[in-house]
Design a protein around this ligand. Structure first.
Ligand code: TRP
Length: 517
């Protein structure tokens, strides 16, 4: 077992919880959730997203923590420790790669937040009186290569500095600051937004599901976002769990983090969509959505300058507590497995990820015309090749979609299998019971990992991949999608019934006697 002293550990229970919540709560909740939900139909999307959080996200979050605390290692090392010399370790490697890719564009967006935070105290942001002013203002920032790159660089420097100082010194202290305040500000924004004249349409958009909007691609995107927002699927919680000590209650922590994370996203939705409809904007604005909508809401609030300044500073902090978890995963691998010194690992990786982010930073401007279609000589949106959805994306969207819609779910799929089926069940259960002797849902949790996780993730991935190819040019695939959907639905119902029966019959009988209290 690795030396826990030397690797560092969380200094308190609250410290860990704040750090885990800090990792989960970030750009995903406010920036990504809202623009993606806007593009994919609103209320029905939210339902699928919440279902994925409950059925897949929370069980996986717990599984990752269990793996981390049991092995005290980074994702690759942890998997290697329980399945030595097998190909399982490639899941860990996939996670490390996903983390680096994710951080490369995350930092670009966080850079825009930083720019807004620096400008808000001067009244610039809350001075944007309408979407017609806020839109071009944001475009000017995001399409300017020099500004995007500068803020992307500054944000990476901030991330590197914190991660370089190690677990206790950096991550925990940074995470302890200001999350509740962010929540209160968001709630205030939501109140202002929902009381604007014409806000009703936005509230409807979030509450009245249109199930015809639920295509296989929308379900794939909702599931991918559930992974993204909880920071699961690539071993972040394996890494954070590796710094845990026995007194932590892992199931409780998983539930608490998922609850707070979802709550923030929903409140952010209520801060944005009512205002957006009140201003007569389209929900399909894309990645600029928060940057264009919120300034106008601040404009309509008394004390808008102060509110906007505080909000963007706290939003920036939320992004930072997430980005440090991303860099930490990548760094922990190089430190544990390759024996690099922490400061060296963090510095080199920080520079490498900054470089990887350059095309993402340019994608809203000079490099916006690039896509896989353009590389293949096709016109985006036309012809068989040009119509494949992923092929139309610019670099930013491409990386964002590949990582969250495919890499994280694939990682999650195999982590479900690993912990549910291929790891010693007694070890798994004993580890969960440490710190939570009264846990009553072991059977349910294991069955979710064994059956529901792999089944749902697998189906959504298969249908989602097929749906990347437009029916117009690939009619046989569209037919296949229809047939598969019917079969999958029947299968899901059977498995759901089986899991319910098994769980009811087994109850919490699996709880070992020595943990009874
Ligand atoms: N969950 C964070 C957010 O919502 C982003 C994030 C941090 C993340 N670490 C991650 C996403 C690991 C996936 C995997 O902003």
């Amino acid at each position: 077992m690795p030396d826990q002293e030397a690797r560092g550990a969380w200094s308190s229970k609250a410290g860990f919880l704040l750090a885990a919540a800090g990792s989960a709560i970030g750009l995903g909740n406010i920036w990504r959730f809202t623009y993606i939900m806007g593009e994919n139909g609103g209320a029905a999307f939210i339902l699928v997203y919440v279902a994925c959080i409950i059925l897949i996200g929370v069980p996986l979050f717990l599984a990752e923590l269990v793996l981390g605390r049991n092995t005290h290692l980074n994702p690759v090392g942890a998997i290697e420790a329980i399945k030595p010399g097998t190909s399982w370790k490639w899941i860990g490697a996939l996670g490390v790669l996903a983390g680096a890719l994710l951080l490369s564009f995350y930092s670009v967006v966080a850079g825009w937040v930083m720019a807004y935070a620096l400008r808000a105290p001067f009244g610039t942001i809350s001075g944007l009186a309408s979407p017609e002013e806020a839109g071009p203002y944001f475009d000017a920032l995001s399409s300017s290569a020099s500004q995007s790159l500068m803020f992307h660089g500054l944000f990476m420097v901030a991330t590197v500095v914190i991660v370089a100082r190690g677990i206790k010194g950096g991550i925990e202290r940074a995470s302890k600051i200001m999350m509740p305040t962010l929540f209160i500000l968001l709630a205030a924004l939501a109140v202002r937004s929902m009381t604007l004249p014409g806000a009703g349409a936005g509230i409807d958009f979030m509450l009245r599901p249109d199930f015809s909007a639920l295509t296989p691609s929308v379900v794939l995107i909702a599931m991918g976002h559930a992974f993204f927002t909880l920071s699961v699927g690539m071993g972040t919680m394996i890494t954070y769990g590796s710094y845990l000590t026995p007194e932590h209650n892992l199931p409780m922590a998983s539930l608490q983090v998922a609850f707070m994370d979802t709550l923030i996203a929903i409140v952010a939705g209520f801060a944005i969509f009512p205002a957006l409809f009140a201003f007569g904007m389209e929900p399909t604005e894309g990645p600029g959505l928060v940057f264009v909508t919120l300034p106008v809401v601040f404009h309509q609030m008394p004390g808008g300058v102060l509110f906007a300044s505080m909000f963007f500073v706290l939003f920036f902090m939320a992004a930072l507590t997430s980005s440090i978890s991303l860099l930490e995963v990548v760094a922990a691998y190089f430190i544990d497995e390759l024996g690099w010194v922490r400061s060296k690992a963090v510095l080199i990786l920080g520079v490498a990820i900054f470089l990887m982010g350059i095309p993402a930073a340019l994608a809203m401007g000079s490099w916006g015309g690039w896509s896989i279609a353009s590389m293949l000589g096709a016109t985006a949106g036309q012809g068989a090749l040009g119509s494949v959805s992923l092929f139309q994306d610019n670099w930013f969207d491409l990386i964002s979609n590949i990582v969250s819609d495919y890499m994280l779910p694939v990682g999650g799929f195999f982590l479900c299998l690993l912990v549910g089926w291929f790891w010693n069940r007694a070890t798994v259960e004993a580890e969960v019971f440490i710190g939570s002797p009264g846990f009553r849902f072991m059977t349910l949790w294991i069955n979710l990992l064994r059956w529901f996780g792999p089944l749902l993730i697998g189906q959504v991935l298969v249908l989602g991949i097929l749906a990347e190819f437009p029916a117009e040019y690939f009619p046989f695939l569209a037919q296949l999608v229809d047939t598969l959907q019917a079969w999958f639905a029947a299968l899901d119902i059977l498995v759901a019934l089986a899991v319910i029966v098994v769980t009811l019959v087994a109850g919490d009988k699996t709880r070992p006697a020595e943990f009874k209290n």
